[in-house]
Design a protein around this ligand. Structure first.
Ligand code: NAD
Length: 282
């Protein structure tokens, strides 16, 4: 069964448990789509949240207000995650405002799609710069803060948690999107190498690989009935993913409920990586 495209969420209403009370979180690219939902859900779980964004002051302020409505603190912080200087300044501001950081959600990402033979170096570098180098720069700053502070058992049994927003395209090749798929494949081994290196410091690093989620990045894939029907041939579960589906996974990965989960990619994709083309025998 497929659900027709609507503007209302197809995800079931579920209350977020208060598993992050007293923790400080930073979500990159948090004024739109998945990052927005993750930032609000972390606030609902009890964390104070820094809403990073690069353009769109009004949208960032709206997310800050939504987080504060849960009775926690939130601030907006403008920074381009692909800039070493801006990332360093953002982390200085985070520590000044909140005292420390417990959770980083490396979410900011973009696409610059092109047939391979006409892909420009600028398209390649922009995608790798934001999607992969941006995750490196933010994770490096977060790790420095986590190692400086160490474990505070009253807050969490880990010294820090990093969640890398990857994609099913860390596994599924994607013609016409070689730069994007390369960035997500890079995130897989960045995350796993970092998880291995940081585990002895009680820093947990994991990733979420979303499937098709209803956000502005992929409007063309779901905004008409024809596009939605075609998309559903790739999704065994029969509905599009919603930003809330990813946000709930992020809350769990950030909390002590997942304390023994280290270096894992959690696919939240309605079965997209289950080779749906073989569902009828192949
Ligand atoms: P989106 O376009 O709604 O949000 C992307 C966010 O990243 C925006 O807030 C944007 O301003 C921000 N951003 C872009 N460049 C930035 C920069 N240089 N510095 C800081 N922020 C920057 O898209 P989304 O779907 O919410 O995507 C969020 C993440 O999820 C991305 O990493 C994307 O690759 C990943 N993802 C999305 C889907 C999906 O179906 N929507 C599927 C798999 C993975």
């Amino acid at each position: 069964m497929t659900t027709a495209p609507t503007t209302t969420s197809t995800a079931p209403p579920v209350a977020i448990p208060k598993t992050l009370v007293g923790q400080k979180a930073l979500v990159t690219g948090a004024n739109s789509g998945i990052g927005r939902a993750v930032a609000i859900a972390l606030g609902e779980a009890g964390a104070d949240v820094v809403v990073n964004y690069v353009v769109g002051d009004d949208a960032a302020n709206e997310v800050v207000a939504a987080i504060r409505s849960h009775g926690v603190n939130a601030v907006a912080c403008k920074a381009d995650v692909s800039s070493e200087e801006q990332v360093a300044a953002m982390f200085r501001e985070v520590v000044e405002r909140f005292g420390t950081l417990d959770i980083l959600v490396n979410n900011a990402g973009l696409q610059r799609d092109s047939a391979f033979q006409s892909m420009t170096l600028a398209q390649w570098n922009t995608v790798l710069g934001v999607n992969l180098t941006g995750q490196f720069l933010c994770a490096r700053e977060a790790v420095r803060e986590f190692m400086r502070r160490g474990v505070n058992p009253e807050v969490s049994c880990a010294a820090g948690k990093i969640i890398c927003m990857s994609s099913v395209h860390q596994e599924i090749p994607w013609a016409g999107h070689a730069n994007y798929a390369s960035s997500k494949g890079g995130i897989k081994l960045l995350m796993e190498s970092l998880a291995q290196e940081m585990a002895p410091h009680r820093i947990r690093v994991n990733a979420i690989a979303p499937g098709a989620i209803r956000t502005p990045i992929n409007t063309g894939a779901w905004s008409t009935p024809e596009a939605y029907k075609s998309l559903m041939t790739l999704v065994p579960y029969g509905r599009i993913g919603e930003p809330e589906d990813i946000a709930r996974a992020a809350v769990w990965l950030a909390s002590d409920l997942s304390d023994y989960v280290v270096g894992t990619t959690l696919f939240v994709d309605g079965g997209m990586t289950l080779y749906p083309g073989f569902a009828t025998g192949g």
